[in-house]
Design a protein. Structure first.
Length: 159
């Protein structure tokens, strides 16, 4: 919600700038700025928004979630599109929803939760190019009132 007033003010300032007449250009610029702010707020490197050099390279990617309680629904997005909504423990491959190259993969819980012996959690696990079976956890989210969502920049790579 914090970004909405910022985006509206920025849109008004850009609209008033000489030589700017296209609202779609303004909207695209505001979206790009919002993505950069979101990347910074999530702790991602400053150039992470759409930057292949900041992306984690994976040939396979899955989401694992456990400890779910009523109300702790997990929504998984790829490049802004919802690809899954889960209200129970989950294991789901994501590469079929990804495009080759850089993708933004998000995890968002509807509510915080403390269920199960390890609490409610979700992880993105990456199988790196050249690896046969060992997946690395590249993002882990345990939802709290102040932290319900997280995002990773992933490069879908062959091999």
């Amino acid at each position: 919600m914090r970004r909405a007033p910022f985006a509206a003010a920025l849109t008004l300032m850009l609209a008033a700038a000489p030589g700017h007449a296209q609202p779609s250009d303004l909207e695209a610029r505001v979206r790009a700025l919002e993505e950069r702010v979101a990347a910074l707020e999530s702790g991602a490197p400053a150039g992470a928004a759409g930057n292949a050099s900041a992306a984690v390279r994976c040939r396979r990617l899955n989401v694992n979630g456990s400890g779910f309680m009523p109300g702790t629904v997990l929504t998984v997005t790829v490049n802004g599109a919802t690809v899954g909504t889960f209200n129970d423990n989950t294991y789901e491959d994501l590469e079929r929803h990804m495009r080759p190259g850089v993708n933004r993969v998000g995890l968002a819980f509807a509510a915080p939760g403390v269920g199960g012996p390890f609490g409610v959690n979700a992880e993105l696990r990456c199988l790196a190019p050249g690896s046969a079976s060992s997946r690395d956890t590249i993002l882990s989210l345990k939802p709290t009132a102040g932290h319900l969502a997280a995002e990773a920049v992933v490069e879908l790579a062959g091999g």
